[in-house]
Design a protein around this ligand. Structure first.
Ligand code: AMP
Length: 193
């Protein structure tokens, strides 16, 4: 039986941290849309060059580019046993990936929504300070952060409203330390198996 998961939430909510923990516990491949794009940029590929100005300004890169890169990675792992973080970020992306998985005969098991307030994210950033920020990232400017948050606020409800009636959304209070959040998510995934 495969296990195909997604984790969504605002930038800075801790979804990558949780995705890594889940991936290691359940033997899944962790795919981060943001990291896939940063890797392309670092390698200087045409896709990376196309993505750069969008990523640096905190805007979503064009859909066709994310679809191509993500399905390329999924294909390499047989389209199963993964946790994807940072995708879908729009209703269109959600419908695309649902359709893609259907085409490759794979279930979409669960979308984990990590709900964190903007105040909590700001507080975490202030506590971390500049020296602990990801050096590999060129989009930690206040403008790019605000743009990411705005896109999230405008789009997340649409994604939730689309998947919720299908019974595919589980929401978690992410305004807590890493361990209790992981314990809650883990318990739910365990029940899925
Ligand atoms: P993240 O690492 O998740 O904070 O994403 C960093 C940046 O990568 C975002 O601000 C976007 O520019 C781009 N990005 C990440 N995920 C997506 C996505 N699903 N669709 C389009 N662009 C994305």
């Amino acid at each position: 039986m495969s296990l195909n998961l997604f984790i969504i939430g605002p930038s800075g909510c801790g979804k990558s941290t949780q995705a890594k923990l889940i991936a290691s516990k359940y033997g899944l491949t962790h795919l981060s849309m943001g990291q896939i794009l940063r890797d392309e940029m670092a390698a200087g590929t045409p896709e990376g060059l196309e993505a750069k100005s969008f990523v640096d300004s905190g805007k979503l890169v064009p859909e066709q580019l994310t679809f191509k890169l993500l399905t390329g990675k999924l294909n390499q792992i047989g389209n199963k046993d993964f946790i994807i973080d940072g995708f879908p970020r729009s209703l269109g992306q959600g419908q695309f990936i649902e359709n893609y998985l259907f085409q490759v005969n794979q279930p979409l098991d669960l979308v984990i929504h990590l709900d964190v307030t903007f105040e909590e994210i700001q507080a975490r950033r202030a506590k971390m300070g500049v020296e602990f920020q990801d050096k590999d990232r060129t989009d930690n400017t206040p403008e790019a952060m605000a743009a990411r948050q705005k896109f999230y606020d405008d789009n997340n409800g649409l994604i939730i409203n689309y998947f919720n009636p299908k019974g595919l959304i589980l929401q978690f209070d992410g305004n807590r330390p890493i361990e209790p959040i992981f314990a809650d998510i883990d318990q739910k995934i365990y029940q899925l198996r």
